[in-house]
Write a protein that binds this ligand. Sequence first.
Ligand code: GTP
Length: 158
Amino acid sequence: MLQFDDMYDNKVMLSFEYLPFSEHPKHVWVICKYRDTWLLTKHKNRGLEFPGGKVEQGESADEAAIREVKEETGGIVDMLYYVGQYKVNGRDKTIIKNVYFAQIKEIEKQAHYFETKGPVLLQSLPSNIKSNNAYSFIMKDDVLTFSIQKLREKQFIN
Ligand code: GTP
């Protein structure tokens, strides 16, 4: 288990075990690849981030991951791979989130993108994300760093 602080000084616990904190997490986050590019979304308030959100009533976390990717980017998930789970002890509440990796087979234009401005394709993730105002706070803690490292180890990415 990995532990670190996020940019709000909240404690974050990250594990690559299967569902270590909750069997029914209420949040999901999906690191997406479309061909050779990363697929992100531009959240209206938070900025650039990988898509994600809340699990709805009657939905599994995996289903929520697939739905959120489509709603926020138009991306159609080809393969969804569970990466890990993290827990953030916030000031008011604790949230538990599944991290996934998804291969996207196509990007379908959507009539609207909910709370985002739609898909953003990037050749590479900049090395200055932590200090880059264009990026959302959820991209700025070590969940991203360690998850990318894990995906490299598993050879899902180069
Ligand atoms: P509502 O319930 O719709 O009001 O949502 P909310 O704005 O309270 O946010 P949410 O329940 O998604 O998250 C609550 C708090 O948890 C946020 O304000 C953040 O501090 C924290 N949080 C949520 N997601 C993440 C994440 O991916 N990473 C980190 N580090 N913190 C997160």
